[in-house]
Design a protein. Structure first.
Lengths: 381, 306
């Protein structure tokens, strides 16, 4: 009898109830909030469901040493986490993004590329603020990249510059990407006049197949020669796009933009969520990162919208003016921020469709954030 | 046949390039010719002369099959065994080879003794290409080595320095050199320089992209579209002003068409004028077969009896 009690007591020590702390419960609660937002509000469900569930998985209290935790060498979760830690999930996601992105909107109106560059100010604004808050330059660079509004790029750069902060940075980047409609809309309304919001942009010209094929090759050569440190992201992005546009590798493009990106997105979401183990995640630094991440999104949106207004000052022909509501799309949250431009534009004038125009700066933002990540890596890595 | 030959040439060139790149990343980073009583001992307890090889690349390099020599006319003097798995050198790692005078002592022993005034050579596994060399001054004191130093631990460019305190197996460089982030914290504590430079680079990269596509694609395409539109503009009948024609069309529409027709006509005209009637067509047509009661499989096939 005594042995039975002893065994039960020993078993109790291994249960989650015996090893539970309030921090674990907080993180499980946050995970549940993520899942609820994804299912009820349909905010980025592809990201928030895996991340939210990963948070619950990573915060199940357990007896250390059983070789099952995400930070325990050789465990299943740890093996899957290597894709995040070593930084090879993000380039695979970029391959898929490239294979599903149509750069026509950008090629037909090349001037919109510059909006994608202006919105990257969010990255550097957050970098300056992070330095002000006492972060080391490499940590500040990793935090700044949240402003690129690009989850894979944020994971890639933080895994190289500040691996300890990667969990907080990744969760922050993905959370704010899901909240793009909430964050961007008030800023766009605040910075534009009613007249500006009603600007109708000319229909973009038709882009030939030859242009679509040349774009990924020329784009890659130029950006990679300027910032070779962005090679993994830029190479995969443009390679994926070439697979799509060449027309002769349809099966490869379909795999990259379908099953491959789905598998990697599932794994990256789950493991990033699981990496938010309470003992490593709940800290003042994480809170600061969340605050700075939000500010970086605000700066990026502001700079994008203001830059369009600046461009309009130099455009004399009223028919060629740019609607500043597409300025927010310079951040690379594809296609969410472009959708925000469309929604806000139609609220003012239901006949004004901005989606096609906003996709230009949106995909330019993807290139811009990869370039910015490469620069930060070469300076701070 | 031509394709096979091309593939073969490309494969050979690639393989040769990769191989050369691998072995050429090795350098003789340090050598000690005259050991003193404080020098390191080999596996036999002797204080022999030694040379240190260093892999300056960021990938693993195998030095098995290479040769060490102190005689330029005899490049294959001492072979490093290629079958030993320990002859793989990790990135930025070094290995010590003792010059005991007897290559049979083991993998990491050379078949000659190193003497002051001579030069030691590392020869590629082809037995002809000298990868690196290091000259030992005739006047070098006992217990002092010749070292190739880099300014920081990541550098590729190494400069010989002698005499030096031996540091076998250690990275030859400034161990206290600051990391990039540390250096940045000192030179640019508030981050303004990095921000300005980075923003300029992002803008430059994307501006170049914009300029090229504007110059070579966007502008010619727009000019071509304009020329096409001009060529396609129907000539007005002599004596009938445009305004009058437009008024006549408007009147006719007003009499015969409803609001939906206006919208359809306006959309069609708008698309036509902006040259956006069609996207590029795929070039093939899919014909869906319609089945009648006579050829429909589901109707013709006998159903299974219950």
């Amino acid at each position: 009898m005594e042995q039975i009690f002893q065994s039960l007591s020993q078993f109790w020590e291994y249960t989650g109830f015996a090893n539970c702390s309030w921090q674990n419960l907080v993180m499980i609660g946050i995970g549940l909030v993520f899942i609820t937002l994804a299912i009820v509000k349909e905010w980025e469900p592809m990201l928030l469901v895996p991340i939210g569930f990963g948070m619950i998985v990573g915060n199940i209290p357990m007896f250390p040493g059983l070789n099952i935790g995400v930070y325990e060498d050789g465990s299943v979760l740890n093996t899957l986490y290597q894709g995040v830690k070593q930084g090879w999930y993000p380039p695979l996601i970029f391959l898929g993004i490239g294979a599903m992105t149509d750069f026509s909107a950008l090629i037909s109106q090349p001037r919109l590329i510059l909006i994608g560059a202006a919105a990257q100010m969010g990255i550097f604004g957050a970098y300056l603020l992070a330095l002000l808050f006492g972060f080391a330059p490499n940590e500040a660079g990793a935090i700044g990249i949240i402003g690129g509004a690009d989850g894979p790029t944020a994971i890639f750069l933080s895994s190289k510059l500040a691996p300890d902060l990667m969990g907080a940075i990744a969760v922050s980047a993905y959370s704010y990407m899901a909240l793009v409609p909430v964050i961007q809309k008030p800023i766009m309304l605040l910075l534009t006049t009613d007249k500006e919001r009603r600007i109708k942009m000319p229909v973009p010209r038709t882009v030939s197949k030859r242009e679509k094929i040349i774009f990924p090759i020329v784009g890659f050569l130029i950006t990679a020669f300027i910032v070779p440190s962005g090679l993994p992201l830029l190479g995969m992005l443009f390679f994926g796009n070439l697979l799509k546009e060449s027309g002769v590798t349809k099966r490869l493009a379909n795999t990259a933009s379908g099953p491959l990106i789905d598998v990697v997105t599932t794994l990256i979401g789950l493991t990033v969520g699981a990496s938010t183990q309470a003992d490593k995640f709940i800290s003042l630094k994480s809170l600061l990162i969340f605050g700075l991440g939000l500010l970086s999104f605000v700066i990026a949106t502001t700079c994008g919208v203001l830059f369009v207004k600046l461009m309009n000052l130099f455009i004399k022909n009223p028919a060629k003016k740019i609607n500043p509501l597409i300025g927010n799309a310079g951040v690379s949250a594809v296609p969410d921020s472009a959708r925000v431009s469309e929604t806000v534009g139609r609220e003012i004038d239901p006949t004004n469709h901005l989606l096609m125009h906003a996709m230009g700066p949106n995909v330019a933002g993807v290139i811009g954030s990869a370039v910015a990540a490469g620069i930060l890596l070469s300076f701070l890595g | 046949m031509r394709r096979v030959l091309t593939t073969l040439v490309v494969a050979i060139l690639t393989a040769a390039g990769l191989h050369a790149q691998n072995v050429s990343d090795l350098i003789i980073s340090e050598a000690l010719a005259v050991p003193d009583s404080t020098g390191i001992r080999d596996d036999y307890g002797r204080r022999s002369a030694w040379v240190e090889l260093f892999n300056k690349s960021t990938g693993t390099v195998s030095f098995g099959g290479c040769f060490l020599t102190d005689d330029r006319s005899q490049l294959k003097k001492s072979l490093i065994p290629k079958s030993d798995l320990r002859t793989k050198l990790g990135p930025r790692q070094s290995v010590i080879l003792f010059c005991s005078g007897n290559g049979q002592d083991g993998t990491f022993y050379a078949g000659f003794t190193l003497e002051p005034g001579k030069t030691v050579y590392l020869v590629s596994n082809d037995g002809r290409t000298i990868i690196d060399s290091l000259a030992i001054p005739a006047s070098i004191p006992a217990g002092k080595s010749v070292v190739k130093l880099a300014q920081d631990l990541r550098q590729q460019d190494f400069q010989p320095q002698q005499p030096a305190v031996p540091s076998p197996g250690m990275l030859n460089g400034d161990q206290n050199a600051a990391t990039k982030a540390q250096a940045m914290a000192e030179t640019d504590p508030h981050g303004w320089t990095l921000t300005l430079v980075s923003v300029s680079v992002v803008f430059c990269a994307l501006a170049i992209l914009w300029f090229l596509f504007w110059l070579f694609f966007d502008r010619p395409a727009k000019q071509a579209a304009k020329a096409k539109a001009l060529a396609a503009t129907p000539k007005t009948v002599k004596g009938t002003p445009d305004a009058e024609v437009a008024a006549a069309i408007a009147l006719a529409l007003d009499m015969e068409a409803g609001g939906d027709d206006y919208a359809a006509i306006a959309t069609a005209v708008h698309l036509y004028l902006n040259d956006a009637i069609h996207d590029i067509e795929p070039g093939f047509i899919t014909i869906r077969r319609s089945e009648s009661a006579w050829d429909s499989k589901s109707r013709v096939f006998r159903k299974l009896p219950r």
